[in-house]
Design a protein. Structure first.
Length: 64
């Protein structure tokens, strides 16, 4: 997918999802841009953290 140099992101979604999203955002008094930027920043910050590569369930599955 090409990534342009502008600050625009264009996403096509189902019309029902769009309507429901805008209704939920209106209840929270947020704009789509505010909501997206907040969540995008959080996603980028979390994806930059290195995983330790193990989970708490691993030992149970191994019988330890």
């Amino acid at each position: 997918m090409p990534v342009g140099e502008s600050g625009r992101i264009v996403v096509e979604v189902d019309t029902d999802l769009k309507r429901d999203l805008y209704a939920a955002l209106q209840r929270e008094r947020l704009t789509l841009k505010e909501w997206f930027v907040k969540r995008a920043n959080r996603y980028v910050a979390n994806s930059a953290q290195l995983s330790l590569g193990f989970s708490g369930d691993h030992d149970v599955e191994e019988g330890r």
